[in-house]
Design a protein around this ligand. Structure first.
Ligand code: AP5
Length: 215
């Protein structure tokens, strides 16, 4: 199964991806996680990406496309994958379409997660993420706190707040989403695999997705 998850920062892409991975046994490919791993390694790609990410801007299309293309071609993606945060621009969507045509594979669903802006800001300022790059479990100090303060329930690593979770950077990410990722909704909306779901409560949102995907 191949799924694209669209939605503004904080809509729940990471949260819903984790539930889809659990249910369908497919791989989550988060462009943001991929870039953060490069930043942590201090690789040339990571150094370049950090310049954009720290101010909430999108990294250049070619950087992210080359990284995602390489990842999609790895053997664990043969069973299927969720694209979380990719594509983010119409240029990326066009490149992905060509890539899928060459691979002779099709998408099963393009899911657009929706939530009101004040909720997005509240969620992102209160999110905590596991610092272990192999885990990266997502928590929320209000709605999904860890059992022990600042410690991941799953792997025991410390929890962190991301560098792009300051309120001014969040506001910039939301503005950029409207300008560059918003048009993607139009791009996919005529596709019969496309649907939108409100993501206010994660379990209700997941049930609606399962009903609509119908697999
Ligand atoms: P990325 O990491 O993709 O961040 P994002 O899209 O801004 O989204 P987030 O990960 O912040 O939010 P989310 O929707 O996954 O929400 P989550 O589930 O964690 O990108 C970061 C940066 O990388 C970008 O700014 C850009 O610079 C660069 N980048 C990435 N991809 C790129 C691309 N393709 N092209 C160019 N640049 C790219 O939820 C948030 C919080 O809310 C959590 O605490 C969670 O517990 C809570 N929550 C979520 N949903 C619910 C719910 N339904 N009910 C209750 N609580 C919920």
């Amino acid at each position: 199964m191949r799924i694209i998850l669209l939605g503004p920062p904080g809509a729940g892409k990471g949260t819903i991806s984790a539930l889809l991975v659990e249910r369908y046994g497919i791989v989550q490919l988060s462009s943001g996680d991929l870039l953060r791993a490069e930043v942590k390694k201090n690789s040339p790609t990571g150094k370049k990406a950090a310049e954009y990410m720290n101010r909430g801007a999108l990294v250049p299309d070619e950087i992210i496309f080359d990284s995602m293309k390489a990842r999609i071609n790895e053997s664990d993606c043969l069973k299927g994958f969720i694209l979380d945060g990719f594509p983010r621009t119409v240029t990326q969507a066009d490149s992905l379409k060509k890539m899928f045509m060459n691979m002779q594979v099709e998408l099963d669903a393009v899911i657009n997660l929706e939530a009101p802006e004040e909720l997005l800001i509240r969620r992102l300022t209160s999110r905590r993420t596991c610092s272990n790059t192999g885990c990266q479990a997502i928590y929320n100090i209000f709605t999904k706190p860890p059992k022990k303060d600042n410690v991941c329930d799953i792997c025991g690593s410390s929890l962190i707040q991301r560098d792009d979770e300051k309120e001014d950077v969040i506001k910039n990410r939301l503005k950029i989403f409207k300008e560059t990722t918003g048009p993607l909704i139009n791009y996919y909306s005529s596709d019969k695999k496309f649907f939108s779901v409100p993501c206010i409560d994660a379990d209700t949102c997941m049930s609606e997705i399962i009903n609509k995907i119908n697999i």
